[in-house]
Unconditional design. Structure first.
Length: 199
């Protein structure tokens, strides 16, 4: 039995931090896992910037409310879910993901959680587990599932490489150049065809 594991940001929805960077006028917040392989370092840096500017969860959620899935993402996901089980594996947070999952018709998502003070400031975050995407793929495989994975960033490479079939989707020129062995696609119909072939 197969399970398809998909990244969320950059694959199904726009990057939340890039959208918030634009909304808040803070260009430093454009940095994502496409740019920084060390997620802990990236998040600590982001939280420092939020604190410096007096911004918290409420402001980020206001931006998220304006974000729609990428064109074609919902139809792709709806079609894929008629073919096989799908799990979204994301390093985002429950507090960010919920409104986006509603717009995608509530697919299953495994992600992390933010630690938020009563005043709405984000004081920290709790990762579900170390290397959450790779760890989850290996756990699914230990239960007898074959995994097929797709993502766009450094933190997706582990799950992509560990899967029966793995694909880069809407990735960066640098990641594609560094991993020519991984098929890379830009359009949802191409990715759906590739996943169908792997099934």
């Amino acid at each position: 039995m197969n399970v398809v594991c998909l990244d969320m940001e950059g694959v199904l929805v726009p990057e939340i931090w890039i959208a918030f960077s634009q909304a808040s006028g803070i260009p430093e917040l454009k940095r994502t896992t496409r740019d920084e392989p060390d997620y802990d370092k990236l998040m600590r840096w982001r939280l420092g910037i939020l604190k410096e500017h007096g911004l918290g969860l409420r402001e980020i959620q206001a931006t998220i409310a304006t974000i729609d899935p990428l064109p074609g993402a919902k139809a792709f996901l709806d079609e894929l879910r008629t073919l096989t089980q799908v799990v979204i594996l994301s390093d985002t947070f429950e507090q960010f993901a919920k409104p986006l999952m509603e717009k995608l018709n509530w697919p299953t998502i495994f992600c992390n959680t933010l630690e938020v003070a009563p005043d709405g400031s984000i004081t920290g975050y709790k990762m579900r587990c170390a290397q959450s995407k790779l760890t989850t793929v290996k756990a699914l495989q230990s239960m007898g599932f074959d995994t097929i994975a797709a993502g766009d960033s450094f933190n997706d490479l582990g799950m992509i490489q560990a899967s029966k079939a793995g694909f880069l989707f809407k990735s960066t020129p640098q990641i594609k150049a560094d991993h020519p062995e991984l098929p890379a696609y830009e359009e949802f119909d191409e990715l759906l065809r590739a996943i169908r072939g792997a099934l």
